[in-house]
Write a protein that binds this ligand. Structure first.
Ligand code: SAH
Length: 253
């Protein structure tokens, strides 16, 4: 018996990994994060699988369901949105499973920040602009450590992928303008990869909050900020004809 923490991906069921799909097929018990996971993924569960929506469960409830499955020697697929390592609240589950001596494995998924970049047809790391991506969030009920305050992170002017914060976009933009400037491009991607539901709002730090309000986007959205969005950059050295590397030795330097 094993618990599989499965990354369900950002929404499009085809963005589930083959390994994640197999884990769901092999698990008579599935617990999914109902607020965000596309239910279409449950089509891979066995007909007779017991399926739980964790949206209405506490951590103890989840562990109780896992314990029951463990007593029956049945696998559990614990299905999280995107990649479970990012705002997935999996550490606390794993800690309790360790204490119970229950085996588990993590199957990574496509995170919503890369799905949002794909929707924007955007590389997040452009030479000469930014070689760093910061994954962060504004403070909500979960506190953010002071030293990770957005205003501080902004000083690096890296590409920012801001989760869980679209409701606070006004404050987010205000905090970022100080370092990025008010004309710095910003994009908000709602429901990246969800067929027929995905939408993109593109603007600059001085107007993105108004645009988001106009589009009435209140959740399930990724904020991406940075000058990479201007797409004015130096070409990658990797494919430069004057740049040789291990796999293209013929090239000259
Ligand atoms: N583990 C997830 C993140 C969970 S936190 C991941 O790797 O993507 C939930 C937040 O993720 C949401 O508030 C939103 O900011 C973002 N999110 C999740 N799915 C999304 C999607 N399809 N499009 C845009 N943002 C999404």
């Amino acid at each position: 018996m094993k618990v599989y923490f499965v990354g369900a991906g950002p929404g499009d069921p085809e963005l589930l990994t083959i390994k994640g799909k197999k884990a769901i097929e092999d698990s008579p018990c599935c617990i999914y994060t109902g607020s965000l996971v596309n239910k279409a993924i449950l089509q891979y569960a066995r007909q007779d699988a017991r399926i739980f929506n964790s949206a209405s469960m506490t951590l103890d409830d989840v562990i109780d369901v896992i314990k029951e499955a463990s007593d029956l020697n049945e696998n559990v697929a614990r299905i999280h949105t995107g990649d479970p390592a990012i705002y997935g609240a999996i550490q606390e589950q794993m800690q309790l499973l360790d204490a119970l001596g229950i085996q588990y494995e993590i199957i990574p998924g496509v995170s919503s920040f890369t799905a949002a970049a794909a929707a924007l047809k955007q590389e997040l790391t452009l030479p000469g602009i930014s070689q760093t991506v910061i994954i962060t969030r504004a403070q909500g009920r979960t506190p953010v450590p002071e030293k990770e305050d957005l205003k501080l992170l902004a000083q690096s002017q890296s590409t920012l992928c801001i989760f869980l914060s679209v409701q606070q976009i006004e404050n987010v933009a205000k905090d970022l303008i100080v370092s990025y400037g008010e004309d710095c491009p910003a994009a908000v991607v709602y429901k990246a990869s969800w067929e027929g539901e995905e939408s993109i709002v593109f603007g600059a730090l001085n107007n993105i909050a108004d645009k988001v309000k106009e589009h009435d986007i209140k959740k399930t959205a990724m904020i991406i900020v940075g000058r990479v969005l201007l797409k004015a950059f130096e070409r990658s050295k990797l494919y430069d004809s004057g740049f040789s590397h291990e796999y293209r030795k013929g090239a000259t330097n």
